[in-house]
Design a protein. Structure first.
Length: 124
């Protein structure tokens, strides 16, 4: 970065303020109705599904749970309930692309197809 840009903090601050994503102090249930394209345990191809098919929101504890990660018994906050002080829908969208979630999808897909047992009987 040039010295002029480094010293001119007003320009960079104004630019970052305009690009800042909107946050919400509360989770918005309508976010669960938003469609996304992602991998699911039921198919090896990406499918369009609603975030509500992947996540559950607990109003009583103000937490979001990824039902796929929970079913796969993955470690992490999305398995037991994830909370934020400022909510963004992007947090949910980012999670479905994280390694822990994709590994959970693969694990459940393998379990539903018979997984290891099927491989052992095919090779016998």
């Amino acid at each position: 970065m040039s010295k002029r840009k480094a010293n001119d903090g007003s320009h960079s601050t104004a630019l970052s303020d305009t690009k800042k994503k909107k946050c919400s102090l509360n989770f918005k249930p309508e976010w669960l109705r938003e469609s996304v394209e992602t991998e699911l345990p039921t198919s090896s191809r990406k499918q369009v599904t609603k975030l509500g098919d992947i996540f559950t929101y607990r109003e009583t504890s103000d937490e979001v749970i990824c039902t796929i990660c929970q079913e796969a018994r993955a470690s992490g906050a999305f398995t037991t309930g994830k909370r934020w002080d400022d909510w963004k829908i992007d947090y949910l969208k980012r999670h479905i692309n994280q390694k822990i979630h994709l590994d959970s999808v693969s694990k459940l897909r393998c379990q539903k197809s018979g997984g290891l047992q099927r491989l052992l009987t095919e090779n016998a």
